[in-house]
Write a protein that binds this ligand. Structure first.
Ligand code: IPE
Ligand code: IPE
Ligand code: MG
Length: 256
C-alpha cells in the first residue's frame, strides 16, 4: 500500500527552507557560481511540485536575503535574471497546479522590472487553492521586524491608542507574513546550522532540520527524510509530556 499523503498524516502545514549550497555545488564541478544557482532553480521546481503533491499548504523558500545584496553585482544581477526566468517559465504550471505566489521582503530594493513581474505573478495566481508558495526576496528577519515596528508605531500615533494594549496579533498583522501560519518545519541544506536572518519571529517554535546535502542535489527523497524526521518529533510548545498526553488539544490551543 502506498504511504498516506502528508495532509493525511501528522500536521505539517507550513514548510520553510533555507536553500543553501548552490555556490559550493558549482565549485565542486569547477563551474561558475551561477551554474549552481541555475541548478538550484530546477530543485525549486521539483520541490514545489512535490510539496503540492504531498498536500503541504504553505512552502516558504529563502531565495535572496537582505545580506545577499552585498554579493558581487554580477552574481546579484544573474540571480535577479534567474528569478525573472523562473516566473515566466513557471506561470502555466502554477496556474495549472493551483499554486498561489506570495512574496515577502523589502520590495523597494528590487528593480522595477522585478517588482512588476512579481506583482503580476501574485495577481495572476491569487486564486490558487492548493499550495501557497512564499518567496522570500530581499528578505531579512530583522528588517521585517523593524518595518513592522514602524508600521505599528505609525498606526498607534494616528489612532492615539494605548501602547500597553498592543498584543502579538497586532504585531503579526504588521509583518510581511500577515495571514500565514508559522512554519512547522525549517529545513536548511548544505550543512550550515544557522538561521541567517530568516523568519526570526515566525520560527519561534519551528522544528529545525539540517542536512549536508547541497541545495542543487536536494530532491524528493531528501525531502521525505526531513518529513519522516519531523513526524518523529514531539512538539511541546512549553508544556509537559503529561499535559500533552492527557490533553492533546492544549497543544493546539497554545499555537492558535
Ligand atoms: C544559496 O546558495 C543561494 C543564495 C543564497 C542566493 P549560496 O549561493 O549561498 O551557495 P554557497 O553557500 O556559496 O555554497
Ligand atoms: C542564506 O544563505 C540566504 C539564502 C538562502 C537566500 P547565505 O548563503 O546567504 O547565508 P550565510 O551567509 O552562509 O549565513
Ligand atoms: Mg550560502
Amino acid at each position: 500500500m502506498s504511504k498516506p499523503l502528508l495532509s493525511e498524516q501528522k500536521n505539517l502545514q507550513h514548510l520553510a527552507i533555507i536553500m543553501d549550497g548552490n555556490g559550493r555545488w558549482a565549485k565542486q564541478r569547477n563551474l561558475p557560481r551561477i551554474a549552481g544557482h541555475n541548478q538550484g532553480v530546477q530543485t525549486v521546481i521539483n520541490i514545489v511540485d512535490e510539496c503540492a503533491r504531498q498536500g503541504i499548504r504553505y512552502l516558504s523558500l529563502f531565495a535572496f536575503s537582505s545580506e545577499n545584496w552585498g554579493r558581487p553585482s554580477q552574481e546579484v544581477d544573474a540571480l535577479m535574471e534567474l528569478l525573472l526566468q523562473f516566473l515566466a517559465s513557471q506561470r502555466e504550471q502554477m496556474l495549472e497546479n493551483g499554486i498561489r505566489l506570495r512574496v515577502i521582503g523589502d520590495r523597494n530594493r528590487l528593480s522595477e522590472a522585478v517588482r512588476r513581474a512579481l506583482t503580476a505573478a501574485e495577481v495572476e495566481t491569487a486564486s490558487g487553492k492548493n499550495l501557497t508558495l512564499v518567496l522570500a526576496l530581499s528578505y531579512g528577519g530583522r528588517d521585517e521586524i523593524l518595518r513592522a515596528t514602524r508600521l505599528l508605531v505609525q498606526q498607534a500615533l494616528a489612532e492615539g491608542g494605548d501602547p500597553a494594549a498592543i498584543n502579538e496579533q497586532d504585531f503579526e498583522s504588521c509583518l510581511d507574513t500577515l495571514g500565514l501560519p508559522a512554519p512547522d518545519l525549517l529545513i536548511r541544506t548544505s550543512g550550515e546550522m544557522r538561521i541567517s536572518n530568516f523568519l526570526l519571529w515566525q520560527l519561534a517554535y519551528a522544528e529545525l532540520y539540517f542536512t549536508e546535502v547541497l541545495w542543487p542535489d536536494f530532491d524528493a527523497v531528501e525531502l521525505q527524510k526531513a518529513i519522516d524526521d519531523y513526524q518523529r518529533r514531539k512538539r511541546r510548545f512549553g508544556l509537559t509530556d503529561d499535559q500533552l498526553d492527557t490533553e492533546p488539544k492544549l497543544q493546539r490551543e497554545t499555537t492558535d
